[in-house]
Design a protein around this ligand. Structure first.
Ligand code: SF4
Ligand code: SF4
Length: 422
């Protein structure tokens, strides 16, 4: 039997760390220990349907009491990227947030809070939550807002890429975090699901600074891997009823997937999301480093999908619920695969560009650029790029409220993708 490493997280609670040991022991003929991902169909955001789906999906994993205690301060952490109405599928739907809150209240959990660090720190949690429809649900369930207006430095010497984080006080003070993430695409990491949603525990402007400190998809994925080791949400529930495809995480298109998913293993959960949209999970750096650092597994053989009365493999789940036409970046990852192309990496990175007909000249993209010497600036009333300075973090694209920034492959990348796809 493989060893479990017991660690103490910032929530002052011992948690079990998934380690490669499990897999090694299994290959040696021992007991197979797989990460469980629960999947339940839910066709629309009708309160009774979502309540039932959340009840089932958590029940399939053993119930709330497996993850949280009645005396604990529990932070519900939805995705509150921006003040977007729920129908844009940019944030966790208020019905999913409310279903989790209602279920916990019904089971007698008194100490519930909610919060997230929005993309635009100046707007604040409550205003953003109001815009997303979550604040009225929180009010009606008497779930107060956690303190996300202050940050605290937390040293993390065990980190692989990050030795410290500036975390929001509300996340720091929580005994347990329940991650209520959204099924969406992301220009830097390809997807934003369970792993990436923990980034909202990082305080305000430090989120932007993190993009500058970890200026490419790989380094950013390493930082997210470390962050998950530190904050360790106990349970991840993914709103995949209507997902976002294409130009995510804010400017993509809503697409029906009709699912609620949950797991204690965020890497496994994100990997099932990848399988459902025909994306190789190993092209997602948060999966790769999440697995490498022991947060979870992205190996299909080490994941089991549980649903109403059945256990499926990841492949069977993809056949049953998958959407192979889901628009997500599937181009090859040239880094580390074709060494000779490393030299050309700057020419292979996908470039953000402005759709001038949509741009209203608000300047949010320029504020969002994390570089001291901005790589985006106004020229003739509309933003323009200084591509040599640009680190391709796509914060500008992420924060544009008018879907006026998209990202395109360079000609060389298209050529390489066509000819050397592995
Ligand atoms: S954030 Fe979008 S709409 Fe605003 S200036 Fe930038 S590109 Fe234009
Ligand atoms: S211009 Fe956009 S993509 Fe480039 S560094 Fe600034 S925010 Fe990142």
């Amino acid at each position: 039997m493989g060893k479990r490493r017991v660690q103490f997280c910032i929530c002052r609670f011992p948690v079990l760390k998934w380690t490669e040991n499990f897999a090694r022991q299994e290959r040696g003929g021992g007991i197979l220990l797989k990460s469980k991902v629960a999947v339940v169909e839910c066709r629309e955001y009708r309160q009774e349907l979502v309540d039932e789906a959340v009840r089932k999906v958590v029940g399939l994993l053993g119930g709330w009491e497996r993850f949280v205690g009645k005396e604990e301060r529990i932070l519900l952490k939805p995705n509150l990227l921006a003040k977007c109405p729920p129908e844009k599928a940019c944030t966790t739907h208020p019905q999913v947030f409310a279903a989790a809150g209602r279920a916990l209240r019904k089971e007698g959990y008194p100490h519930l809070f909610f919060g997230d660090s929005p993309g635009n720190h100046l707007i604040g949690v409550e205003q953003t939550a109001q815009g997303c429809g979550i604040l009225p649900e929180a009010r009606s369930l008497e779930i107060p807002t956690a303190d996300f207006s202050e940050g605290e430095k937390v040293d993390f010497p065990e980190g692989h890429a990050a030795d410290h984080f500036i975390l929001c006080k509300g996340a720091r003070e929580a005994d347990a975090i329940i991650n209520l993430c959204k099924m969406k695409t992301h220009q830097l990491e390809r997807i934003t699901g369970a792993m990436k949603n923990t980034f909202g525990c990082v305080y305000g402007f430090n989120k932007g600074a993190s993009y500058a400190r970890f200026p490419n998809a790989d380094l950013f994925g390493q930082m997210i891997g470390d962050l998950n080791l530190l904050v360790k949400p106990r349970l991840h529930i993914m709103d995949g009823i209507v997902a976002m495809e294409g130009n995510g995480p804010q400017s993509g298109e809503p697409v029906k997937m009709g699912l609620i998913l949950a797991s204690a293993d965020p890497v496994a959960l994100d990997s099932v999301f990848c399988a459902l949209v025909s994306l190789d999970p190993k092209l997602v750096p948060t999966n790769v480093y999440g697995q490498e650092y022991g947060v979870g597994t992205c190996e299909a053989a080490q994941i089991e999908v549980v649903t109403d009365g059945e256990t499926l493999t990841v492949e069977e789940a993809a056949v049953r619920w998958g959407n192979p036409d889901f628009k997500v970046e599937r181009s090859a990852d040239f880094k580390g695969r074709i060494n000779m192309l490393r030299f050309f990496q700057p020419l292979l990175d996908r470039k953000p560009y402005i759709k001038k007909d949509r741009c209203v000249g608000c300047g949010i993209c320029i504020q969002a650029c994390p570089l001291e010497e901005k790589a985006i600036f106004f020229r003739g009333g509309k933003p323009a790029y200084h591509y040599r300075k640009c680190i391709k973090c796509y914060c500008c694209q992420e924060m544009c409220p008018k879907q006026a920034i998209d990202v395109k492959q360079t000609r060389l990348a298209k050529l390489a993708d066509r000819n050397w796809r592995l």
